[in-house]
Each structure stands twice: as structure tokens, then as C-alpha cells.
Ligand binder design. Structure first.
Ligand SMILES: Nc1ncnc2c1ncn2[C@@H]1O[C@H](COP(=O)(O)OP(=O)(O)OP(=O)(O)O)[C@@H](O)[C@H]1O
Ligand SMILES: [Mg+2]
Length: 323
């Protein structure tokens, strides 16, 4: 026994002499420390911080910015909310729906969107097979219950909500009610965010109409031209949408249907400038303008709004850099 111990000690002292081992040891130790001691809790919620983050990093979405700030702030500062916060984001491609969900997450959790308390489900990725909806429904119920019972302030993001099977939407619905208590667990502190393109065309139409009438974009509000009602009606009447066939909508459990407006050239330019900062490039307004103008715009004739929003801006910028 003593001999074996001696051998080990000899080996260790020998290896310790090599700096290579020290490096490996330090890396392993730091991994263990990070893994076990890294914090993944809640940040102290600062309404001013969220307001600044939205102002600095969200472009052209004054309605979303206002409604998100007010609803998240009042929910996060309410000691005893009477239901979970349920927000539904609507808009065409690349206008910032996922982006805002991330902004909310980084103002609530120490690890932001990477927190283990932030759960993201993408319909066609996580629940691809129609015939498995019973299995998915049982799994989803268990995932949500477990997460909330171990951490009440959990956040659930459902992407492509319009492609979600009605059965799964109904499963989620069970957690959203005022008196939602599943297996003795209250869900009142949780946040649910639904993302979809449903209603995106209606929002785009309202934006185009308003532009043609010569109105300022900022004149558009939640109730302008009955925007929220129109979104609501549109997703409710769309036969292809999972929303329509579920009981989520007629139970009025969604707190806000939030329109994301189509983005104009100046907003896409801002996105390119933000990408430059992200890529540690020197900011170059002319290059940003060039990249933004390469994007397709609609309507066909006037070319006011970006078809893909700020999507693939980074890739377009990379192309320009190579030239
Ligand atoms: N309004 C915006 N302000 C700032 N950046 C934006 C905005 N819209 C989009 N972006 C940028 O473009 C990227 C793509 O946008 P995002 O993924 O949020 O689009 P989306 O609305 O979820 O689109 P889709 O419906 O296609 O999923 C974001 O990561 C962000 O960098
Ligand atoms: Mg998205």
C-alpha cells in the first residue's frame, strides 16, 4: 500500500514539474469551478436597464418596445402576480421577435438566454410528427411542471407557434390560467412568450397603408387601425394556424398580442452598424448603407419595407468585407 502511494506521489511530483501538466490542471480546475459554482440565478430586475437595452438594441419597434417594457416591468415588480405573463409576438421575417425574447431574458437571468431557466421550443424541431402529439403533450407537460416547480421564475419561449399542433397549445394553455395549479405547483411567476409570423401580413398591410397616407411610423400604436384586434382576428380565422383550433385564444389567456412592424431601410442600416460593432469592425456608414440597399424591399413599386427584416444582414456584410 505504502509502496503504491509512494509511486503515485513520485509520478505526480514528476508530472507537476512539466508546465504542460500545470496548464491542463489549471484548465480542468477552472472548468470544475465554472461548472459547479457559476451562477445561474436571477438578476435584480432593473426597469431602467431593460428600457435602456430596448432603446439601444431594438430598432424601429416602438410598439413592441413600449408594451414589452410596461408588461415585463409590472410583472417582474409584482410580488404576487395572479397569472403568468403571456406575450404573443407577431410579425413578418427578421423583424426582431427572437431578438426581443433574448433581450427580456438577459434582463432577468444572470446567464441570459443561455440560462437553464430559459426554455426554447421550436415547433417543427421539437414536435415534428403529428401522430406523436400525445407523447409530445405528455413530455411538454412534464418539462414545464418540473422546471417551474424547481424554479418558479422560469421562461418558456415557443417559436413557430402558428405551426404548433392544437393539442400542444392546449397543453400549454393549462399552465396559463388564473387558477393554474398543476400538481400543487403555481405557475404565476413564469413567463411564456409565443413567436409567430401569424398576423404578419396584416401588420405589414397596416404599415403600408399608413405610409401611403403620409403618416409617421411612430403614429402607429397598438390600437391604430384596430391593429391588435386585426391580428387577433387574423390568427383566429386562419384555418392553417394551430392557434385557431386550440382553446388558447377564446379563453383570453394571452396578455398582449404584440405587433412587430416591418423594418425600413434606415432600420436595416442600424442593424448592419450593430453587426459591425459585434464583429469588432470600424463602423462605416457608407458600407452599412450599401449592405442595407442590397436587401429586397416591398411593396414592389415603392420599396419601403425590408422583405426579410434584418435577417442575413451579417452574411451580407461578410460578403462585402471579402470584396
Ligand atoms: N428590430 C430589430 N432591431 C435590432 N436588430 C434586429 C431587429 N430585427 C432583427 N434584428 C436582427 O436580426 C436578427 C434576426 O432577427 P430575429 O431572429 O429576431 O427575427 P424574427 O422576427 O424572429 O424572424 P422570423 O419570423 O423569421 O423568425 C436578430 O438576431 C437581430 O440581430
Ligand atoms: Mg424568429
Amino acid at each position: 500500500m505504502k509502496a503504491r502511494l509512494l509511486l503515485v506521489l513520485l509520478l505526480v511530483s514528476n508530472i507537476t514539474l512539466s508546465s504542460g501538466f500545470l496548464d491542463v490542471f489549471a484548465a480542468a480546475a477552472s472548468y470544475v469551478v465554472n461548472k459547479f459554482f457559476e451562477r445561474d440565478g436571477l438578476l435584480p430586475f432593473e426597469p431602467k436597464g431593460l428600457e435602456k437595452d430596448l432603446r439601444d438594441s431594438l430598432f424601429g419597434q416602438h410598439i413592441a418596445s413600449d408594451v414589452v417594457l410596461k408588461s415585463v416591468t409590472s410583472f417582474m415588480t409584482d410580488r404576487k402576480p395572479n397569472k403568468p405573463l403571456v406575450l404573443s409576438f407577431h410579425g413578418t421575417a427578421g423583424v426582431g421577435k427572437n431578438h426581443v425574447a433574448k433581450i427580456i431574458a438577459r434582463n432577468i437571468y444572470e446567464k441570459g438566454e443561455n440560462s437553464k431557466h430559459v426554455h426554447m421550443y421550436i415547433s417543427e424541431h421539437h414536435f415534428p410528427h403529428k401522430e406523436k402529439s400525445d407523447l409530445y403533450s405528455a413530455q411538454l407537460k412534464e418539462w414545464i411542471s418540473k422546471s417551474v416547480s424547481s424554479f418558479p421564475r422560469s421562461m418558456f419561449i415557443f417559436d413557430e407557434m402558428d405551426k404548433m399542433q392544437p393539442k400542444l397549445i392546449d397543453t400549454i394553455k393549462a399552465f396559463l390560467d388564473y387558477n393554474a395549479r398543476v400538481d400543487g405547483v403555481s405557475f404565476h411567476n413564469a413567463l411564456f412568450i409565443f413567436l409567430s409570423n401569424a398576423g404578419g401580413n396584416v401588420i405589414a398591410e397596416v404599415a403600408v397603408d399608413s405610409w401611403r397616407e403620409g403618416k409617421d411610423r411612430e403614429e402607429l400604436w397598438m390600437n391604430s387601425k384596430e391593429m391588435e384586434t386585426k391580428i387577433f382576428r387574423n390568427i383566429f380565422n386562419n384555418k392553417n394556424s394551430g392557434f385557431q383550433h386550440s382553446s388558447l385564444i377564446d379563453h383570453h389567456l394571452v396578455d398582449h398580442y404584440i405587433p412587430f412592424l416591418p423594418l425600413e431601410l434606415k432600420h436595416v442600416r442600424q442593424c448592419v452598424m450593430a453587426e459591425m460593432v459585434h464583429l469588432n469592425m470600424t463602423e462605416d456608414f457608407d458600407l452599412a448603407d450599401k449592405v442595407a440597399r442590397e436587401m429586397p424591399f416591398f411593396p414592389e413599386k415603392e420599396k419601403i419595407f425590408s422583405v426579410k427584416g434584418c435577417k442575413s444582414v451579417r452574411q451580407k456584410l461578410a460578403l462585402q468585407m471579402d470584396e
